[in-house]
Design a binder for this molecule. Sequence first.
Ligand code: FAD
Length: 395
Amino acid sequence: AQYVRMGTPGLAASAFSFEEITVQLNEIRIVIVGAGIGGLAAALALRLQGADVTVLEQAEAIAEVGAGIQVSPNGASVLGALGLGDAFEAATIRCRAVVLSDYRRPAEVLRLDLTKHAADQRFAFVHRADLIELLAKAVRQAGVNIRLLQKVERVEPGSPPVLQMCSGARITADLIVGADGLHSRARQALNGTARPFFTGQVAWRAVVPNDQRLPDEARVFMGPGRHLVCYPLRDGAMVNLVAVQERQEWAAESWSHTDDAGNLRSAFAGFEGLPKALLNQVDSPALWGLFRHPVARCWHKGRVTILGDAAHPTLPFMAQGANMALEDAWVLAEELSRAPGIEVALDTYQNRRRPRVERVIAAANGNAWKYHLRSGPVRSAAHLALHLGGLVAPA
Ligand code: FAD
């Protein structure tokens, strides 16, 4: 199964060594906009190469919404190469299996045992706040200045590039990296205004106590027009829930919107057993409208570039958004450290990353319908095919 063979095309395991990178970035002053997973990973990768790195974050604290994230072996490899392997191991739960069930019956449709098929691969569940915290700690220890309450209003990719801050200040650098997420100002400067469209799907997210003693597995419960994914977090003390429903009513594309737990429960009425018990524990879930964004056509102009969600937001059906941001961070540092100039490096960076993320995002888009088939037997067969053949990032 591709799931087992999941690797990081163009990022072979042997490439994860800074020893192979010969050119130092000592002379380069880099400003990164955004202290999310992508921005912090890039800050660390670039700082470890000797660059003078500053991160500007609009929030007053580096804090993440209370939610889980799945880190697949490609993302885990980047964290390991950044020297965070032990901290990552300590903060995460190793996923032992992916288990699919129909929404009405407790019987398993499919169990993919990762202890057998991917024993040497790290596929992990982590609380986003824990991942952000371990990255931020390492970034600060490496000597990066993280400046909070710094909101960028506009990015000007001239020579030198300039950040127009909401405070009125203007900041220049040798290189500006926009890791400013979904509503990126940097992407806008390079590509104009994007036109995402609502997919007709919404996702609720919640974290609940693990009273049901869910083991170290990802469980997927599939029903007509909706599915629910759950997995444990923080030494199994809590469970992360993501519940996706097809519906035509629009919901905002932001994690800061909460919904009435009653709406979530009625959307998933008919789900029995474990999913029902978990849903009964939810208090105030976040509600998120799922939008499709085109991958940015232009990833760099002059000395401004973008990475992570700023360049390629994805639907969550491959659990690859943060993993792709980690890959971007690595490749950007690698190319900057070995190319003869910044612009050349940015060009190679885009050429290496864009085809890869396009394939991953196309796979995530394609997966959406397979979870929600209306006929039970067809749904089960599709899920079997999905999880045997296409769950993971394609090469
Ligand atoms: P962000 O995390 O969005 O960080 C951007 C940062 O920039 C923020 O801190 C923000 O405050 C800051 N910022 C923004 N604008 C400005 C400004 N103007 N000035 C200054 N600062 C600014 N991915 C996975 O790999 N695995 C999963 O299991 C997974 N599950 C998901 C489930 C759902 C339902 C969804 C919707 C997504 C999921 N993802 C998952 C995707 C993942 O969350 C994102 O792809 C990832 O967090 C993107 O990281 P980023 O650093 O690019 O952007």
